[in-house]
Design a binder for this molecule. Sequence first.
Ligand SMILES: Cc1ncc(COP(=O)(O)O)c(C=O)c1O
Length: 499
Amino acid sequence: MKRKRENGGSMINSHFAISEYHNVSEVYSGLDALISLPIRPVKREKLKGYMEYFEKKCSKSKEMINAAMNFIPGGVQHNLAFNYPFPLVFTKAEGAYLYDIDGNKYIDFIQAGGPTVIGSNNPVVREKAIEVINECGPSTGLFHEYELKIAEFICTHIPSVEMFRMLGSGTEAVMASIRVARLATGKKKIIKVGGAYHGWSDQMVYGMRIPGTGRFDAHGIPRSCTKHTQEVFPNDLKALERKLRWNKLRGGTAAVILEPIGPESGTRPVDFEYNAGVRELCTKYKALLIFDEVVTAFRIGLSGAQGYYNVMPDLTVFGKVVAGGYPAAGGLGGKKEYMSYLAAGLQGAKKRAMVGGTLSANPLSSAAGYHTLLEIEKTDACVKAGQAGDRLTKGLQKIIEKYNLPFVAYNQGSICHLETSATMFVRVNMKRPWTLPEALKQIKARKHMMEEMGAAYMAEGIVTVAGSRMYTSAADTDEVIDDALARFERVFQNIEPAN
Ligand SMILES: Cc1ncc(COP(=O)(O)O)c(C=O)c1O
């Protein structure tokens, strides 16, 4: 049974990872200053030392990646993996730590890209996963009790979700959400917030990472696929209303899709009131509101970012935490009236949104996800991970201040951002094509600095998300965070002086 507070928020958990909302204008003024300055990379002499680390201490990784280059494009298959100077090969994950094939130990701030709020390779979840595999193997193609358990848990805890359908990935779940929105509204246009990542389906490779870039990354995707995708600048309700009004005269908007903490996992933060403003506009223009909670559901809190902001979307996209780091992590939830378009089986009544997946909702993913969610609830993991994120961010801010650096650290609980080169904040204006070569040059230089920073952190024993983001987990004790801060300080002590 769904239990709700008067105001629509979930009463099951009022504990959230975010203890204090960041000062959005302060974050942006820091980022504006950072992007206006020349880059400040690690001193060349120090960088040479870091490169030696990879050559001397990571030889088995190097050898394996060189072999992989012959069989795997680029030698690596994860977009978040490090490529500079070469990717490392990891063999062991445990709580707050990762170990590479050469036996080096690292603090794990990638956390599998976000799913492991309780820490990597949690033993309770692992035991349950092994139990399921021993009993029925990872999949049967038929119903398993764990499907009901996880669906019931999600419907009970995420306030706007009455029904849930598990899918293979966040990308698939976004595709399903758009299909349902188009069926439910009879409209075609989808508005996304510029810079957001909603997976890699044809229609969503649009305005990725940097707002305003439209089809910049849509190589191999016909124009017709993105014909009905539009983007608006983040945190700008007026721009959104203009777009909705424009669409109203041309057949209307099926949905607005957004990441509630801001695009690219909150890299571009939004005002606390932004989501409520979008909700109002969606209602006014009869468009569905889709929250992409792939990163935030069960990380910001057990009731998701929607519980935190107390804003109820029509559809919620899930991923990552719903399988606890195990394969096939995705799902869509929402009101019955919309979810009924996803009825599977042979009895599908009304027009059906076609979704599928041989391995969707398999017993292994469902069991791993369910027990991960139970553990999160039992141990108050979202709050603990958030406290670790606060400690890390505050510590980084102090170090940045101590060495008088232009870098910017901010966080949404356990999602921590550390901008040193502000690559995603380079201004790209597609309407002024003559400015593009200079913008591309900037992006290239700033991206390379980000890679160097990532390599420096790695050589100091810290794995980050692409050198600019850290996911903390409940396994990050104060000691782990303080140790990480000492390592970050060793990098920040050695930054090139301003010219
Ligand atoms: C906000 C958001 N939406 C969707 C996706 C896509 O999910 P998946 O990688 O499971 O396809 C991601 C992945 O990082 C994401 O961060």
